[in-house]
Design a protein around this ligand. Sequence first.
Ligand SMILES: [Fe+2]
Length: 191
Amino acid sequence: MSGAPKSVESLLALYERRGDEHYGEDVTQRSHALQCAALASGDGASDELVAAALLHDVGHLLGGDRPTGWRDDVDDDRHEALGARVLASLFGTGVAAPVALHVTAKRWRCAVDPAYLAALSPTSRATLVAQGGPLGDTERERFAAHPSFRDAVRLREWDDAAKDPSAPLRSVREHEPLLRALAARPGPAHP
Ligand SMILES: [Fe+2]
């Protein structure tokens, strides 16, 4: 992956450079990321999960513009896998795994919660199709047994709620100390 951030500084710089890009539903990528992190923090999430909430859509900032003819209901950008790869090398699996699974968490929730499925926005409904639709029985069981299942489902809840167009605009730099502390940790989860 050329141009992928290899340090906390280059990650923050990426958000400063491209954070004003449209996330959808009337919020920018940066506002969505900050709202998601604030919700996680307000719910007493661990530092790793707050970082995952902040950075869960970094894959969108790593890709180029969507090619002509892109269709949300057909084409899947696999942004969660792209982002998780970058985050795994910087912070380890505690941050990367919930990010890798936040699309699966949406597909799981759609399978187990009909009201959630019915309430999806038109955009989210279109991308659900491209993402493979609601999980089937076997996939559901496998996901529920994953060690990061709960974190991924919580992340998805914050993700879905982090779309307030009137949220105050702040800087991702306010999370710099937390990200630097996580990146500096030794341990088996951190390659
Ligand atoms: Fe998101």
